[in-house]
Ligand binder design. Structure first.
Ligand code: SF4
Ligand SMILES: [Zn+2]
Length: 127
């Protein structure tokens, strides 16, 4: 018989609306803050994040709050640092590879914005 996995009621995740679904609530939170050179804990933490249904919310939180320690949203501090320097879509925050005044949105958001403004224009015309 295998030993039962411990269930942690607390995690390092703050009281955000998505906290209840965080996969790290079920594992040892220390794993997400490995000491220097503890690659195994870091790998296990990243593997847990890959199964987490709120990975996007978590990453966004960590980037917005400039979390410099630990694994958040499946990324190490170094990986998050790289992403933080990458321009993101102003609407959905997806990293985009370029940023100019004309290209501040990802392709999907640019299409959605065009459709919205066309709809608004048509409604204005009908009024
Ligand atoms: S993405 Fe990782 S660190 Fe963030 S809530 Fe999920 S399991 Fe926890
Ligand atoms: Zn977008």
């Amino acid at each position: 018989m295998s030993a039962a996995m411990p269930v942690y009621s607390e995690s390092f995740i703050p009281a955000e609306p998505w906290k209840g679904q965080a996969a790290c609530m079920q594992v040892d939170p220390d794993m997400f803050f490995p000491t220097k050179g503890d690659h195994e804990s870091a790998r296990n933490a990243v593997a847990t994040c890959r199964t987490c249904p709120v990975v996007g919310d978590c990453l966004q939180y960590a980037l917005e709050h400039r979390e410099t320690q630990g694994v958040w949203g499946g990324l190490t501090p170094m990986q998050r640092k790289r992403i933080a320097r990458t321009p993101v879509c102003r609407r959905c925050k997806t990293p985009i590879g370029h940023l100019s005044k004309q290209h501040r949105y990802c392709e999907s958001c640019a299409v959605a914005r065009r459709a919205e403004s066309q709809k608004a224009y048509a409604q204005k015309g009908a009024a």
